[in-house]
Design a protein around this ligand. Structure first.
Ligand code: SF4
Length: 373
């Protein structure tokens, strides 16, 4: 079990409170992208394809605190870009911890050795090291040889310093279930605290469009992986049992895009972490003025193959709170890896994709130019 008990209890209590107060839509994890600049250029990344003027933008400490105060989510996941390039990041992490938030700091770990002294271990703070598989898999995924060794070195260093350490692993169509299972065994042997796993999302701007997974292949891949690890129980996933069950094709879920609202240098991203189809000035505006029914698998072409944790973990958590016995059964027995799969969502009525990326970039460039005058 990769989710600490204190986190499960506090987040479970938060979800229950939302239900008791009749709140229909609420956030679970704030996805914070305080910058887009990165020191890698991964083939499957759809986050760093911006002009330098935008890559040079940063969310300030005050903007980051305002984001968490506005949305009130119990967990913050700091991503990017590469967050360790942000000079105010140690202060930002401390600010979230002082607000009693669980903080997950996602990093490719290239700078971790240099920056680790700026952070202190805390039960609510977790390093989440980007590692997309064993050495050949990861170095191919990030398009830079030697990155796997650096990430493993960083994991050892952070563990030795007493930090909680997890990995975040994104899988693509060339992933082999046997190799992924062996990689998870290796990670567990390193005494890693947690593993987050997800299929990649087919970002329209990612340089490599060939290796994203369809839903059918995703479901088969995860069955193949979990079958080699006692239905997933062999590894310390920090994801709910029902989300893993969904990945293996045993649940028909609709996404919960507001569950992981995203704040970045453009504003509050609509509708979710994966799709940037417009930006709201405030969290309130995001929640009130987004046409949520226009998105999700079956509603929108760009959502057809999405099974990413940022869209579906919140669905699984809410399902677990509503159906605790079902969740407990999967947690105890492990994920089912054979037999019939749950029905898939019909795509016949989905609306066609819209391509709006260049409009956001133009608007942001105009704002930057006006501010510089
Ligand atoms: S399915 Fe949901 S989470 Fe996935 S891209 Fe579409 S709106 Fe976002």
């Amino acid at each position: 079990m990769g989710i600490p008990l204190r986190q499960a209890v506090r987040v479970g209590g938060y979800v229950l409170k939302q239900h008791l107060t009749g709140r229909k839509r609420y956030p679970l994890v704030l996805m914070l992208e305080p910058l887009f600049r990165c020191n890698l250029a991964c083939a499957g990344c759809g986050k760093i394809d911006y002009p330098d003027e935008i890559l040079n933008q940063r969310l300030s400490y005050d903007e980051c605190m305002q984001a968490i105060d506005e949305c009130g989510a119990p967990v913050v996941s700091i991503a990017g870009g590469e967050p360790l390039l942000h000079r105010e990041l140690p202060q930002i992490v401390r600010g979230f911890l002082e607000r009693k938030k669980f903080v997950i700091l996602c990093t490719n770990a290239l700078l971790l050795g240099k920056k680790i002294d700026q952070y202190e271990p805390h039960p609510d703070f977790t390093w989440s090291i980007h590692l997309d598989g064993d050495k050949p898999m990861h170095d191919k995924s990030v398009c830079l040889a030697g990155t796997y060794e650096k990430a493993v070195e960083a994991i050892r260093l952070a563990k030795a310093r007493g930090f909680r350490v997890s990995i975040n692993c994104t899988l693509f169509s060339d992933s082999n279930p046997e190799k992924v299972a062996a990689f998870f065994d290796d990670m567990k042997a390193m005494d890693l605290d947690a593993i987050t796993v997800s299929p990649g999302y087919a970002y329209e701007r990612a340089p490599d469009q060939e290796h994203f997974l369809s839903r059918e292949r995703t479901r088969k891949l995860f069955r193949g992986i979990f079958a080699r690890g006692r239905g997933g129980k062999a590894w310390p996933f920090n994801q709910s049992a029902l989300f893993l069950d969904f990945l293996a094709g045993n649940q028909t879920y609709h996404c919960t895009p507001w569950g992981n609202p995203t704040r970045n240098v453009f504003g509050w991203q609509r509708p979710c972490y994966l799709l940037g189809e417009g930006y709201a000035k405030s969290f309130k505006e995001l929640m009130a003025e987004t046409d949520w029914d226009a998105y999700g698998t079956g509603n929108y072409e760009k959502c057809a193959d999405c099974m990413v944790h940022s869209g579906y973990e919140a669905t699984a958590v809410v399902d677990a709170v509503k159906h605790p016995l079902k969740a407990l059964g999967v947690a105890l027995r492990g994920v089912k890896t054979d037999g019939e799969m749950a029905p898939e969502i019909n795509l016949d009525k989905q609306r066609p994709a819209q391509y709006v990326f260049s409009r956001h970039v133009e608007e942001a460039m105009e704002r930057i130019d006006t501010a510089a005058e």
